[in-house]
Design a protein around this ligand. Structure first.
Ligand SMILES: [Ca+2]
Ligand SMILES: [Ca+2]
Ligand SMILES: [Ca+2]
Length: 272
């Protein structure tokens, strides 16, 4: 619970700036955590317990591009079967109660249309992998609002790197604040040791081109959009708010330049 509040606080501080890129989306950067490595900006189910380590996520040189990819392998450990997983949130495990949770995520303000990635999967008998994406908003409660999701699960053997292109399913027209992606090598309810999932090169795809200036997403550019952008800059969180449209000069920041740019569009001028 401590972590989710920390991450939400970070996301609110950064909410005037877009994070367009998925962090370490090619799994090229890995950081030491005790006696194992995690992909930078991602959490895993790797852990050290009773002088043992259970390392179910590791870097592999069997990459789709670059030097490395993330390899998740379900393993038996003591009396548990622990899946390999990566998440942009925080993975917590309560060994005594055998309960796990994933909370938080990374700041993110855009509304992409698809999540693309490359993967391979070799399931143990009866097992299935899962990949999920959530775009969330902090609504002031413990459980954030879900703006959009994309989910995939499969039992199929995939021996060569294959493109997985997931449609993102929007439930509201709000601007997201938090992104989480979770990939798991097993069905969490019934994991089987030996399942191996490898992923690389995550990327968001934006199919709709922005209507610059249309900050309130109504298909028109007028004085209401100027008011909406000013309200956004002042921190009053106007809704709906289309960040890509409001960011008239596409620099990832909403500021007075975008107000001027929108006024110029309304009066028939060009973009700054
Ligand atoms: Ca890579
Ligand atoms: Ca508008
Ligand atoms: Ca801008």
């Amino acid at each position: 619970m401590k972590n989710i509040f920390l991450l939400i606080a970070c996301s609110l501080l950064l909410s005037r700036v877009a994070s367009q890129d998925l962090p370490n989306a090619g799994f090229e950067n890995w950081v030491d955590v005790g006696n194992y490595q995690n992909p930078e900006f991602w959490d895993t189910a790797n852990m050290s317990v009773f002088f043992n380590s259970v390392i179910t996520t590791s870097k592999t040189e069997d990459s789709h591009s670059g030097s490395f990819a993330a390899k998740m392998e379900t393993k038996n450990f003591l009396t548990f079967t622990v899946p390999g997983l990566v998440t942009l949130g925080d993975f917590e495990i309560d060994i005594w109660n055998m309960e796990t949770s994933i909370t938080g995520g990374t700041p993110f303000n855009l509304r992409p249309d698809k999540l693309n990635l490359y993967y391979k999967y070799n399931p143990a008998a009866g097992d299935k992998m899962r990949i999920g994406m959530w775009l969330l908003r902090d609504d002031g409660t413990d459980i954030p609002d879900t703006v959009a999701t994309a989910l995939y699960e499969s039992t199929a053997l995939v021996q060569n790197y294959t493109l997985l292109s997931l449609d993102i399913d929007y439930r509201s027209n709000e601007t997201p604040e938090i992104l989480n992606i979770i990939a798991v090598s097993s069905n969490p309810e019934n994991p089987a040791a030996g399942s191996v999932l490898v992923i690389d090169d995550l990327e968001f795809e934006f199919t709709a081109s922005p209507l610059y200036g249309d900050a309130n997403c109504d298909g028109m550019v007028n004085i209401q959009d100027v008011i909406t952008i000013v309200n956004f800059i002042m921190g009053s969180n106007p809704q709906p708010f289309c960040f890509e449209n409001a960011d008239v000069n596409s620099d990832g920041i909403i500021n007075v330049t975008d107000v001027v740019g929108t006024v110029n569009i309304i009066f028939g001028g060009s973009q700054p």
